[in-house]
Design a binder for this molecule. Structure first.
Ligand SMILES: Nc1ncnc2[nH]cnc12
Ligand SMILES: [Zn+2]
Length: 336
């Protein structure tokens, strides 16, 4: 039995593998500035978040049709299912695709078709979260959000992503308040590269239900105490943090201290095609680095379902699956 997990921090466009970038470019008649997959892959060395985002936004320009979105959603879900994912809350960047002339309906219908097929095939449940760019004006986010609401697009929540430093969450107060008033879930990237104060703003101004990354909370003991008290879910992405140099090496990652402090941490893959692995790779890397026990892994898995937007009944049944996994592991250990 594989450890059942909820993947709560995955950017669909970050699952675009180099081979798929080439295949879509060829299909859509787009010239890439690389001769081969190997040449493209050679650019996957990042100094910080921005150096990654520049390549990430350029590469996603190969996505041109609703079918492209369905294809990459299906490819991601095939891979995720194999790594134990039973529920996914998928991010996508609407501004990137609308800028290229796609309509919201084309993008969302393609993604939804892939999500629904995976639910029918494997029972992998889903939510869809539109992430707004913090480097773009809040007015652009608001315009798209109003379109989502008035045209009744199938979106479950909104998030906030892209360049962090210099773009504090408070710039998006009105956008998040409008989203909450219209019954959408709200999450935001905060404290990935940016300071602990951005996490506080995400809580106090945006009133988020979950913080994406949040690792910089460890600079601020008072904030840690609050996050523990509120049991605020933090979606931590260890391989991303290493590749974007938010931490120097995996050994320097604050995950053990975050767990020790009682923070509600779960593990996720962020942009798996760029950072060296899907959810299973993230979990194996930290399990090995920090000698995590099966009980630690069960806690991380439980936190992923508790931090999700699943309804009570579905969450309970997934938590029972985690308990069954742990019982089996403990039983196997006893017999060995
Ligand atoms: N790690 C990350 N941080 C901010 N925005 C992103 N978009 C995709 N990946 C991201
Ligand atoms: Zn992210």
């Amino acid at each position: 039995m594989i450890l059942p997990l909820a993947e709560l921090h995955i950017h669909l466009e970050g699952s675009l593998e180099p081979e798929t970038i080439f295949a879509l470019a060829s299909k859509n008649g787009i010239d890439l500035p690389y001769e081969s997959v190997e040449e493209l892959r050679a650019h996957y060395e990042f100094n910080n978040l921005q150096s990654f985002l520049d390549l990430f936004y350029a590469n996603m320009a190969v996505l041109r049709t609703s079918e492209d979105f369905k294809e990459i959603t299906t490819a991601y879900l095939n891979r995720a299912h194999a790594s134990g994912v039973r529920h996914v809350e998928l991010f996508f960047d609407p501004q990137a695709h609308i800028e290229r002339g796609l309509s919201l309906s084309e993008v969302i219908s393609g993604i939804r078709a892939g999500l629904e097929e995976a639910e029918q095939r494997w029972g992998v449940t889903h939510k869809l979260i539109a992430c707004f760019w913090r480097h773009a004006p809040a007015a652009s986010a608001m315009e798209i959000l109003k379109m989502i609401v008035t045209e009744n697009h199938a979106i479950d929540g909104i998030g906030l992503d892209s360049s962090e430093l210099g773009f504090p969450p408070e710039l998006f107060e009105e956008v998040f308040s409008y989203a909450r008033e219209h019954g959408l879930h709200v999450v935001a990237h905060a404290g990935e590269e940016g300071p602990a104060d951005y996490i506080r703003q995400a809580l106090d101004v945006l009133k988020v239900e979950r913080v994406d990354h949040g690792i910089r909370c460890m600079d601020d003991p008072e904030l840690v105490a609050r996050l523990v008290k509120e049991q605020m879910p933090l979606t931590v992405c260890p391989l991303s943090n290493v590749r974007l140099r938010a931490v120097e090496t995996l050994a320097d990652h604050p995950l053990p201290q975050m767990l020790e402090a009682g923070l509600k941490v779960s593990l996720h893959s962020d942009d798996p095609a760029y950072f060296g692995g899907y959810l299973d790779a993230n979990i194996s890397a930290v399990a090995e680095q920090f000698s995590l026990t099966v009980s630690d892994l069960a806690t991380l898995a439980r936190n992923s379902f508790e931090g999700s937007f699943l309804d009570e009944a579905a969450r309970k049944s997934r938590l029972a699956e985690v308990d069954a996994w742990l019982a089996l592991q403990l039983d196997t250990t006893r017999r060995d």
